[in-house]
Design a protein around this ligand. Structure first.
Ligand code: 4NP
Length: 156
């Protein structure tokens, strides 16, 4: 899961998807991580507003610390999902040719009219609620896609 700062959107997607994986008993099959294209917040915990809105819905983001995308990420992950088109373009510039096919917009798996998760950093509380709404829907669909695509046990 990749956004700009790795303190709002991608930590939310990381925490939500991690819980969905755990709840389905698939933690031995699927690993999720997050990173930012930017370096401003390296080492910092998620934004307090993201922590709070996520906690209200039962997701614990508190152990996460921001990091920047690194070259080894492109070999390590089968799905590299960008929160918006700027993040995707930045990833495309760094990614070796053989892994470009693994890059995608996270909301490719969404179900609403949004194709990007809007950056909530300068928004009010409702921006953070919207992030959660979009992330929950796309995470549900993404998990179903991965289970099907990789023939994982579906009903644990
Ligand atoms: P994120 O949000 O990309 O969802 O983590 C942002 C966090 C920080 C900044 C921008 C977006 N910033 O400009 O510092």
């Amino acid at each position: 899961m990749v956004c700009l700062g790795n303190i709002c959107r991608s930590p939310t997607a990381h925490g939500v998807f991690e819980k969905y994986i755990y709840d389905k008993g698939l933690s031995n099959y699927i690993k999720v991580d997050s990173a930012g294209t930017g370096d401003w917040h390296i080492g910092q915990p998620p934004d307090p507003r993201s922590l709070e809105v996520a906690a209200q819905r039962g997701y614990d983001l508190s152990k996460q610390r921001a990091r920047q995308v690194e070259s080894t990420d492109f070999q390590r992950f089968d799905y590299i999902l960008a929160m918006d088109s700027t993040n995707l373009r930045d990833l495309e510039k760094q990614c070796p040719a053989q892994y470009q096919q693994n890059l995608q917009l996270f909301l490719h798996f969404g179900g609403s009219e949004y194709d990007a998760v809007p950056d909530p950093y300068y928004s009010g509380a409702q921006g953070f609620e919207l992030v959660l709404d979009l992330v929950e829907e796309a995470s549900n669909n993404l998990l179903a896609h991965i289970v099907k695509q990789h023939s994982l046990p579906a009903d644990q």
